[in-house]
Design a protein around this ligand. Structure first.
Ligand SMILES: Cc1ncc(C[n+]2csc(CCOP(=O)(O)OP(=O)(O)O)c2C)c(N)n1
Length: 311
């Protein structure tokens, strides 16, 4: 059970992550960065929950869309921004940029821009922990619904089950892969049944409530360790900040997933809320703590950020 102080700290991290992304988006739009970035508005609840639940000695293994995990773990927004400028003062000394950004000091030991590659690397890392006798170490791998189509997804579940490895696979299912919606490109994959077929655990997370996600991840981590098996955690996510293209066929606008690049509809001047429903983790915590509390936190964090970087 989280204390109210712990809850406030978590809310603060979530708002800080949203503000950090908004500021990066502004700078991105102005052409300040040397690398392409995949923003993750709407992915904040699962990222904060994962970083909160990870124990010392656990590994986190990421893919191209990793800002939500890395920015929350970064020493400061300034260090993170410097990394995107490929500056030696960046989080990773300007060597990894965005799509391969890792932070081993904070347990983010590998990040890959090669779709699906992080699953096999994560499985191997988990095996190495077992060989070293580090029995309490869990490896978290984050992937998307598109990456699930890579063969290594299935091989990694099979391998970690066969070798009794506690591997937590977090699938951020935003229903999109580049410019195609899931149903446009493939059949539905019933991940619950697939997990059962391998003897892997499965959890389905919806609603973007960071505290609920923490609960569920803690249970999944404990179960994966107890049963020494992989655990798939499918998280329903909407990547926010999209735009709508008016066409003859879609006079009200066809949804366009911006995948990478600046989010066209997000602006610092509009504040930290992007949607007024459960797709937006900021809206969800606002329902629990009240808008006034969130706005106060927003302005405190913005003041801190202004002292740290030039907006
Ligand atoms: C092996 C490989 N194939 C193709 C790509 C190109 N690519 C980059 S991101 C992406 C789509 C990823 O979709 P998803 O896993 O759903 O993540 P999302 O971007 O939606 O968060 C593709 C096909 C790649 N990076 N690596």
């Amino acid at each position: 059970m989280l204390s109210i102080e712990q809850k406030h700290k978590i809310v603060r991290r979530l708002i800080k992550l949203r503000i950090g992304q908004i500021i990066i988006n502004e700078k991105y739009r102005k052409g300040s960065f040397k690398v392409p970035i995949h923003l993750a508005f709407g992915h904040e609840a699962i990222a904060i929950a994962t970083n909160f639940v990870r124990a010392k000695g656990d590994f986190l293994v990421l893919s191209h869309r990793n800002i939500q995990y890395n920015l929350d773990s970064a020493l400061s927004l300034r260090h993170h921004i410097h990394e995107y400028m490929l500056s030696p003062t960046g989080t990773s000394h300007g060597k990894h940029g965005s799509m391969n950004l890792m932070n081993p000091r904070e347990g983010i030991v590998y990040t890959s821009s090669i779709l699906g590659n992080n699953l096999s690397v994560g499985t191997g890392l988990s095996l190495s922990q077992k060989i070293k006798g580090l029995e309490n170490s869990v490896t978290f791998v984050v992937t998307g619904d598109g990456a699930m189509e890579e063969g290594t997804f299935y091989e990694s579940i099979e391998f970690s089950k066969s070798n009794r490895l506690p591997l937590l696979i977090i699938i951020e299912n935003n229903e999109w892969s580049l410019a195609t919606k899931r149903h446009e490109r493939r059949c539905n994959i019933e991940l619950k049944k697939l997990s059962e077929a391998f003897g892997s655990g499965y959890s389905h997370l919806t609603g973007n409530n960071v505290f609920h996600y923490i609960d569920e991840l803690q249970k999944a981590r404990a179960n994966a360790l107890k049963n020494l098996c992989p655990w798939c955690i499918e998280v329903q996510i909407s990547t926010l900040g999209d735009w709508r293209m008016k066409t003859q066929e879609h006079p009200d606008g066809k949804f366009v997933n911006y995948h990478g690049g600046p989010a066209p509809t997000v602006e610092l001047a509009k504040g930290i809320y992007i949607e007024n429903d459960s797709r937006d983790p900021v809206h969800v915590i606002s329902c629990e703590f009240g808008e006034e509390f969130i706005r106060k936190m927003e302005s405190e964090i913005l003041n801190e950020v202004k002292m740290d970087i030039e907006i």
